[in-house]
Design a protein around this ligand. Structure first.
Ligand code: GLA
Length: 384
């Protein structure tokens, strides 16, 4: 399909086609920028890129999902507020060049089926897809972790969102039928098999994440402030990752009240992720689900990033047979919930969610059943 789209626009077959998946985070929310632990999975929804080299330094990019086109020169890469979608591509090409990779102009089309503005990281998929595209087109040799860091720089320094590294990491290095356990401090990771008769069901609240950007920045700042306050008490820590539950109980009272709540979430969430990995490896989905439910409570009450719609979706889910656990996923303030559901209960679960959500709030929830998939840079990944 993407090759056909390229042909339609540029009149020839593309030289390369790559794809990068979106992601859903199973547990470990708002922990990545605190140097903590996360457990996301790549989903079987992708952004595809197709393109060919040019002989000059011009990039001509068609965004199929926006029916829009931009042209820019690799010699003057600047932010474009009229075509914000293009900033992911611009940022990636800028940082590839500034890290020593000489690029060449390209004609390209890109687009896909990762739901947008839903907290499923369609933007990370564009960034990682763009890196993978240049890598394949020009036969660049990049270490995957360097590629991931570069994609994140595009998001942080070019697009201007102070996000952590989780989304780019999982879009690049996810694995089919596995979640990925990542330590965001040293970037060591391992894939954890998703075994058993279980489905990842994601419910889209349909609510625009209007607050997500500004409140996200507030949370990042509050976490930094909590670290400073702990340091003033004499604790030698770099990030909230270094705070143990015992420290929180002993010293937390000395923190500003709101900062205490934020720190409580991060400290307990990091513990939950480690426990979740253990129980998942033992195949104890019931216990895993309980940790997901606890994570939701913590995000709702201590981190305060949930919303009425997300809470309603989680409450309905938790009443359904065959559910192991349910929680909001991603940055919050709208977007999606993630649910671990027994395989044969997935259909009735979907129906119950949609009916319940309609009845409670008069809103329609789109429901997706995802399979964990390969990342764009995963060695041996299935080809697009
Ligand atoms: C967004 C960010 C991630 C992460 C999550 C919350 O998806 O891009 O880095 O912080 O929010 O866990």
């Amino acid at each position: 399909m993407i090759a056909e789209a390229f042909h339609k626009v540029f009149g020839s077959n593309p030289e390369v086609v790559v794809r990068a998946p979106g992601r859903v985070n199973l547990i470990g929310e708002h922990t990545d920028y605190n140097n903590g632990f996360v457990l996301p999975a790549a989903i079987d929804r992708y952004i595809w890129f197709a393109g060919r080299k040019r002989t000059d330094r011009t990039v001509r990019a068609h965004a199929l999902d926006f029916a829009d086109v931009v042209e820019f020169s690799l010699d003057a890469v600047e932010r474009d507020s009229l075509h914000p979608w293009s900033n992911f591509l611009r940022g990636v090409s800028k940082f590839l060049e500034s890290t020593g990779h000489r690029l060449q102009g390209a004609d390209l089309v890109f687009g896909g089926n990762v739901p947008r503005e839903a907290g499923l990281s369609s933007s990370a998929a564009v960034e990682v897809g763009a890196v993978a595209f240049w890598e394949k087109l020009l036969d660049l040799r990049l270490d995957p972790v360097d590629a991931i860091k570069l994609a994140r720089r595009a998001e942080n320094e070019f697009v201007g969102v102070p996000s952590g590294i989780m989304d780019q990491f999982i879009s690049a290095l996810g694995r089919e039928h596995h979640a990925l356990f990542l330590d965001c401090r040293d970037l060591k990771y391992r894939h954890v098999p998703l075994k058993g008769d279980v489905k990842i069901v994601v419910c889209n609240s349909g609510v625009n994440r209007a607050l997500a950007h500004s409140e996200y920045e507030v949370r990042v700042r509050q976490c930094r402030e909590a670290v400073e306050q702990f340091r003033k008490m004499g604790m030698e820590i770099e990030s909230l990752r270094d705070v143990k539950l015992g420290d929180l109980i002993m010293r937390g009272k000395g923190l500003d009240k709101v900062l205490f709540k934020r720190a409580s979430h991060v400290v307990t969430e990091n513990d939950r992720v480690r426990e979740a990995v253990n129980v998942l490896e033992q195949g104890d989905l019931k216990h895993f689900g309980k940790l997901m439910n606890d994570s939701h409570k913590s995000l709702r009450d201590d981190y305060e990033v949930s919303s009425q719609e997300l809470d309603v979706l989680v409450e309905i889910a938790q009443r359904q047979p065959g559910l192991f656990g349910a929680r909001m996923t991603g940055a919050g303030f709208g977007g999606c919930t993630v649910n671990l559901v027994q395989r044969d209960a997935a259909d009735p679960f979907t129906k119950a969610i949609q009916e319940g959500y309609q009845k409670a709030l008069g809103l329609h929830a789109e429901v997706y059943v995802f399979e964990a998939s390969d990342g764009a840079l995963t060695p041996g990944a299935i080809k697009p």
